[in-house]
Write a protein that binds this ligand. Structure first.
Ligand SMILES: C[S@@+](CC[C@H](N)C(=O)[O-])C[C@H]1O[C@@H](n2cnc3c(N)ncnc32)[C@H](O)[C@@H]1O
Length: 633
């Protein structure tokens, strides 16, 4: 496996580095070992389940048997399949749909139709280490497919056979059959490769945030420990959303939002702090204003009245949290903080300092918050002009997370976009704090099930798939946000669709399939071989009568790097007219580039000349979208 789709010619050979025997083994010090362990931890967090290297977990992560010693690791029937799904390359590509997009030329936001595993794998070339926040709101595996597919369970006989508990003639191979995994194992097999692919896209200071409920939260935590390393668990938010009157024992009112960092130690070293504005401040300031109006500069009385007001508030009132700020002077409400004395000579002087409320308006967010779930459904239906989709995520809650974790210029990815709430929330947050963050959303072309009441509303509203619904929601959201007092750059999004590769597979003799759309082939080559991002601008040049696509990065840091793709006959004369420099990358069809052109270009471009060759048979074809979501590479 792992056969490259393209052959990069002329790879630079760095000679001499291996000579001298000065590798880590020959000259091992504690520092070198620590560095090596650091690199291993980065590469295989699953091998460090409790922060320390666990050799059993290391063997398991490498797919090797180590029967002599039990290790602390999480496993389920299907884990091998999941590891293979994570590893095998995808043969899918992303095809731009300019006509369906909104403001294609100016936008940097991207909506992708496709299976998210394929898409995340395709994105790796251009987006590795790029996202500050990846949000996932996967199917919770409730078992009650209501709008989208939400039942990953398989029938018991199927599970018992695939987990090796009964063999072909249906004889038990074990004395105690276990069938509970039939509900959870397929879900875990679906999630594992998607989490692994998502981790690749996170920046070192990036985090993943996943919504989930009691059906899978316990498995998800263990799975995330395996993929991200237990040491990277940041915490869980508990979202208190609504009360249902129908429960028999406990009325379940909450969901979870689980957070893991790509590298938590890095966030600590950088002293990153997440902050939110305390609630109840405005009411407290209002009360102080009122008391000052009444008592002028009589700060003692103001303080006493303020204390009485705090006492009169119910325990759950947000201003109650500020009741220690009960003294008042010209500058506002404060409390006196005792400072540790700086040295023995001042030991008895009792240093005290005034701590003002207006200087302490922010703190780390609490792990429990309340937001009624039904509000989001109502806002969403108002936007869409009818009842379409149940329980989209609340864009104010998402906005709070986006505000907490991300800032100017950051990229936010949502791999289970549903109705597109994350894109809407990023736009709204950008408008609120005048920042420019970008989003990239992935949603499968999953058709609604017309037989189900909730799903049939999606269909009746004219949407053939949940992807179509997301695209329309985002069009409407852009319009609505810009109708108000909008001041930021114009909103829009580019649409790309996951499709079968344009590259020909052996025994074809040419690298590109007959009749493939030239622009789509150029995008495929640029994305996969050139690491081009989907917000790049494209110019079609005529060079010596040959069409050459130039991809221009939208990132300022890349302005000097140019990428050209040409799929026509490419002669020495064309090369001389194009005049690439040594910072350029040039992708040509291997069967259409003249030898003389290759020789000349290879000396000019060093390693950046890439020749497209036909794909070896081992690379898998695109599997059709399956609602169960597994088995797709
Ligand atoms: C819980 S919903 C997300 C709801 C979303 N947060 C919102 O606010 O509308 C999960 C979504 O993931 C989609 N989905 C499931 N498996 C997928 C896959 N393999 N690739 C892409 N999308 C998938 C489903 O079609 C569904 O729309």
């Amino acid at each position: 496996m792992g056969v490259p789709l393209y052959q990069a010619e002329l790879e630079p050979v760095v000679k001499g580095e291996l000579a001298g025997g000065d590798g880590p083994g020959a000259n091992e010090t504690a520092d070198a070992r620590a560095e090596l362990l650091g690199r291993l931890r980065e590469l295989l967090p699953a091998a460090f389940p409790d922060g320390q290297l666990d050799s059993g977990a290391l063997y398991a992560a490498l797919g090797l048997a180590r029967p002599d010693k039990p290790s602390f690791s999480f496993s389920w029937p299907g884990v091998d399949r999941a590891r293979i799904d994570a590893r095998i390359p995808t043969a899918a590509t992303l095809v731009p749909d300019v006509d369906a997009s909104v403001n294609w030329d100016i936008t940097r936001d991207i909506l992708i139709e496709g299976d998210n595993l394929q898409v995340l794998k395709i994105l790796k070339a251009g987006y590795s280490g790029s996202a500050k926040l990846i949000y996932m709101d996967p199917p919770y595996n409730t078992g009650d497919t209501f709008t989208y597919h939400d039942d990953y369970g398989v029938p018991e006989p199927h599970y018992l056979r695939t987990s090796g508990q009964i063999n072909e003639p249906d004889n038990a191979t074990t004395s105690k059959l276990e069938s509970a995994g039939g509900k959870h194992a397929p879900w875990l097999t679906m999630m594992f490769p998607r989490l692994a692919a998502a981790r690749d896209l996170l920046r070192r200071d990036g985090v993943i945030l996943i919504s989930i409920d009691d059906n899978e939260v316990h498995h998800l935590r263990l799975l995330l420990d395996t993929v991200f390393g237990a040491a990277n668990f940041v915490g869980s938010f508990v979202w208190n959303a609504e009360r249902s009157g129908e429960a028999r024992l406990i009325s379940k009112v909450h969901d979870y939002m689980i957070l893991y960092a790509r590298d938590l130690q890095f966030l600590k070293d950088k002293d990153i702090r997440w902050r939110v504005r305390k609630s109840g401040l405005d009411e407290t300031y209002g009360k102080i204003e009122e008391l000052r109006g009444k008592y002028g500069k009589d700060f003692d009385t103001i303080g006493q009245e303020l204390l009485k007001w705090y006492d009169s508030l119910p325990e759950e009132h947000p201003s109650k949290a500020h009741e220690h700020f009960s003294s008042v002077d010209e500058r506002g409400a404060y409390f006196c903080e005792d400072l540790q004395s700086p040295g023995p000579e001042q030991a008895d002087q009792g240093l005290r300092v005034k701590s003002y409320l207006h200087e302490h308006e922010e703190w780390a967010p609490g792990s429990v918050f309340y937001q009624d779930r039904r509000v989001a459904t109502k806002t969403f239906n108002d936007l869409m002009g009818r009842e379409v989709f149940d329980y989209p995520k609340n864009i104010d809650v998402l906005g709070r997370m986006i505000n907490l974790i991300t800032g100017e210029g950051d990229l936010i990815i949502d791999a289970f976009a549903g109705s597109g709430s994350t894109g809407h929330a990023v736009w709204k947050q950008n408008q609120a704090d005048s920042k420019v963050r970008r989003w990239l959303l992935v949603q499968a072309p999953e058709p609604p099930k017309v037989t189900l009441k909730a799903s049939s509303r999606v269909f009746a509203a004219g949407y053939g798939t949940f992807f179509d619904l997301a695209a329309d929601r985002l069009r409407r959201a852009a319009q609505q946000l810009q109708d108000g007092t909008f001041t930021g750059p114009q909103l829009g999004f580019r649409i790309f669709r996951a499709r079968s590769t344009n590259m020909a597979v052996e025994p074809e003799r040419v690298p590109v399939i007959e009749g493939a759309d030239a622009a789509a082939v150029a995008w495929e080559a640029a994305i996969k071989a050139g690491g081009t991002r989907l917000d790049a601008r494209v110019r079609e040049l005529d060079v010596d009568g040959v069409v050459v696509y130039q991809f221009i990065s939208s990132d300022d840091s890349d302005v000097d790097r140019r990428l050209f793709v040409s799929l026509g006959e490419f002669s020495l004369a064309t090369a001389l007219e194009l005049k690439p420099t040594d910072t350029d990358t040039l992708i040509l069809r291997g069967d259409k580039a003249e030898d003389a052109a290759i020789r000349t270009l290879s000396s000019q471009l060093s390693s950046k000349l890439i020749l497209l060759e036909r794909v070896p048979r081992e690379v898998l074809g695109l599997t059709a979208w399956s609602a169960a979501g597994s088995g797709v590479s």
